[in-house]
Write a protein that binds this ligand. Structure first.
Ligand code: IPM
Ligand code: MN
Length: 332
């Protein structure tokens, strides 16, 4: 077992975020991870207290960390978008976390096969980039545009990451887009995908329009191994992925800068769930699996594998947050 210790920024955040991250840290430490943690009080509650969202000085500090482990941010008393754009998207953009990796795994039940596929979502461009604006706001002639920004470099680095990942798995990669309608961005993605594919002759490829992919996610998810897609399609598809493979309470994610030029960030896909916060009943599995993704990214493959296998074995358990984490620890 490696004795290396890692400097990890902890953003518990709002609602159930701190509860699930505390259990994630317990499990990682029980598995032998050496984490030197630094706490950051950020999220909707902090914003309501003193107006702080995410200062640039903190982002600079994060560049020097090994990773960031985040629970959930979002508060019912803060207008939608403020924390999302000011914290989460700022983090993804400023740290250039261009790959959002979201694995979906479920064992299957009698008669129904399980799931085992990974969505690679481009995480810094597309319609999330903030291009566009309002003209003549408040008048009957008001105009809103919201562009989708797609660069060759941005698409290519994400597609390359997905091919490399597929090569380590079952050697099958599907591009999901909407090339039949989005003739410019779809064309860029499709051409880039086809060109990169020539370098990966050992990986089989497929293409699905995003609407068809929604049907396959529900009716035939076994066709997928690795999927690569743009930011907005990836956002929507990964909620669906969670819903069809055991629930969003199990869905984990890694927001990564694979070039390792800044700390990557690991977070459950679920939100802050204010309705159940403080009751100790949130499922910590998504946070725990996100912790396993963090250890894998840090090069601790053995810890990552043991935590993720133990989590998979406990994915169907009912119990309190602490009981589920205890069960994972018992299985390590
Ligand atoms: C996600 C979330 C975010 C997104 C929101 C909170 C900005 O839905 O991580 O999937 O849209 O990317
Ligand atoms: Mn989402």
């Amino acid at each position: 077992m490696s004795e290396q210790s890692y400097r990890v920024g902890i953003v518990g955040g709002d609602g159930i975020g701190p509860e699930v991250i505390a259990q994630g840290l317990r499990v990682l430490e029980a598995a032998g991870a050496k984490l030197d943690t630094v706490d950051y009080d950020l999220g909707g509650a902090r914003y309501l207290a003193d107006g702080t969202i995410l200062p640039d000085e903190i982002v600079d500090e994060w560049r020097g960390l090994d990773a960031i482990y985040l629970g959930a941010v979002g508060h019912p008393d803060v207008a939608p978008g403020v924390i999302e754009r000011g914290l989460l998207l700022k983090m993804r953009f400023d740290l250039d976390l261009y790959v959002n990796q979201r694995p979906f795994k479920s064992p299957g039940t009698d008669g129904a096969p399980g799931h085992d596929f990974i969505v690679i979502r481009e995480n810094t461009e597309g319609s999330y980039a903030g291009e566009g604006g309002l003209l003549r706001k408040g008048t009957p002639h008001e105009i809103a545009t919201q562009g989708s920004v797609n660069t060759r470099r941005g698409a290519e680095r994400c597609i390359r990451y997905a091919f490399d990942l597929a090569r380590k798995r079952n050697k099958h990669l599907t591009l999901v887009h909407k090339t039949n309608v989005l003739q410019f961005s779809g064309d860029l993605w499709q051409r880039t995908f086809n060109e990169v594919a020539e370098e990966y002759a050992d990986v089989d490829t497929a293409y699905n329009h995003v609407d068809a992919a929604c049907i396959y996610f529900v009716q035939d998810p076994q066709r997928y191994d690795v999927i690569v897609t743009d930011n907005l399609f990836g956002d929507i598809l990964t909620d669906l992925g969670g819903a069809v493979s055991g629930g969003i309470g199990l869905a984990a994610s890694a927001n990564m800068n694979p070039a390792q030029r800044a700390a990557s960030m690991f977070e459950p896909v679920h939100g802050s769930a204010p309705d159940i916060a403080g009751q100790g009943i949130a499922n910590p599995i998504a946070a725990i699996i996100s912790g396993a993704l963090m250890m894998d990214f840090l090069g601790e493959a053995d810890i990552a594998r043991r935590v993720s296998e133990a989590s998979d074995a406990c994915a169907a358990l009912d119990g309190t947050t602490v009981e589920i984490a205890d069960a994972v620890i018992a299985k390590l």
